[in-house]
Design a protein around this ligand. Structure first.
Ligand code: ZN
Length: 148
């Protein structure tokens, strides 16, 4: 077990993610096994709730800070697989779903975060450019072939 103490303003108002405990960051406990409890891109907790041991997050503007939405759905891997078979597999390799895709539960379904690729030719058609694109001389080649 590892323990981690997040350095922050000890008077920061915080709220437990699980029970109704609220207090200040200074009242929270060190976080056990933090590496198993954080999500990349998620909000960093201030500490661990002294009441129940769940993570306690800073309260911002009187309401709870945004936390990683329903990413702890136990069906997450199956949802990612399903999203891939429904969308990505039939796509022109321009839709991808990450293994750790974020989820958002709605009344009419579950949103699964995905990537859509704007290909270089689509960018060009719309007057946009991709700084990472290799120099593309296909158009010139076509012209050369046509005139040869
Ligand atoms: Zn708690």
């Amino acid at each position: 077990m590892t323990q981690c103490y997040i350095q922050c303003d000890e008077t920061l108002p915080v709220k437990c993610d699980d029970c109704d405990w609220t207090g200040t960051a200074g009242q929270t406990e060190m976080i056990s096994d933090i590496q198993e409890r954080l999500t990349p891109g998620g909000v960093v907790p201030a500490g661990q709730c002294p009441e129940c041991g769940a993570l306690a997050y800073p309260i911002q503007d009187g309401k709870e800070a945004a936390k990683p939405d329903d990413s702890d759905d136990p069906q997450q891997p199956e949802l990612v697989e399903l999203a891939r078979s429904v969308f990505a597999d039939g796509s022109d390799n321009d839709i991808e779903v990450d293994d750790d895709a974020a989820l958002s539960h709605g009344n009419d379904g579950i949103w699964v975060q995905a990537w859509v690729l704007l290909k270089n030719d689509v960018l060009r058609e719309n007057g946009l450019s991709n700084p990472e694109a290799p120099f593309d001389d296909e158009d010139e080649k076509d012209e050369e072939e046509a005139s040869a």
